[in-house]
Design a protein. Structure first.
Length: 182
């Protein structure tokens, strides 16, 4: 059985994008990016909402330098991708399919049959999975910036008991927190 992992870079005040929808303040430096690569390497399937997929499909034809970028490009390309969208008509990346609706029971079945771990991306989609009790682990990268509002990393109304599994400090002030669901 695979685990469903929610990983994201967020501001100190809990946002993945600011009020303008931008997230340029969250760009990882090489040290953080290499750490993320190691976390992403075992992912077999990415679950995305439409907007997150539109951001991430950059990696289908992403740059090949420097080496840590090339590494992430290969990690992303080698995984399967499922995009949950009622509006997206077609995908522009390999190993990708569209599901018209997010069905928690179908995701639970996918987890049960998975050999590799899965990652969920996009705060709205992740919020649905969190509320349905599907997320097994959280990887938060706290960025030393306060943006004052925007898209929250975690959904309102969700209550989950967590256990701290690991933490890591980076030279640029980013802190990684790894939690498992109790």
């Amino acid at each position: 059985m695979g685990k469903l992992i929610y990983s994201g870079i967020m501001s100190l005040d809990g946002y993945v994008a600011d009020e303008d929808g931008t997230f340029d303040w969250s760009a990882p430096d090489p040290e953080v990016h290499e750490f993320v690569n190691d976390l992403e390497r075992p992912i077999g399937t990415y679950l995305y909402g439409r907007r997150m997929y539109e951001v991430m499909r950059y990696w289908e034809t992403g740059p090949s330098e420097p080496p840590y970028i090339r590494d992430y490009t290969e990690i992303w390309r080698s995984a399967d991708k499922i995009v949950y969208s009622g509006t997206l008509q077609e995908v522009s990346s390999s190993r990708t399919r569209i599901e018209r609706a997010f069905d928690p029971e179908a995701v639970q079945e996918l987890k049960a049959s998975a050999v590799d771990d899965m990652s969920i991306g996009g705060a709205e989609l992740a919020g649905r999975a969190i509320r349905a009790g599907l997320v097994d682990e959280y990887h938060l990268f706290l960025t030393p910036v306060v943006v004052g509002g925007g898209t929250p990393y975690l959904p309102d109304g969700a209550r989950v008991s967590l256990e701290l599994l690991d933490e890591h400090r980076f030279g640029n002030g980013v802190v990684h927190l790894h939690y498992g669901v109790r």
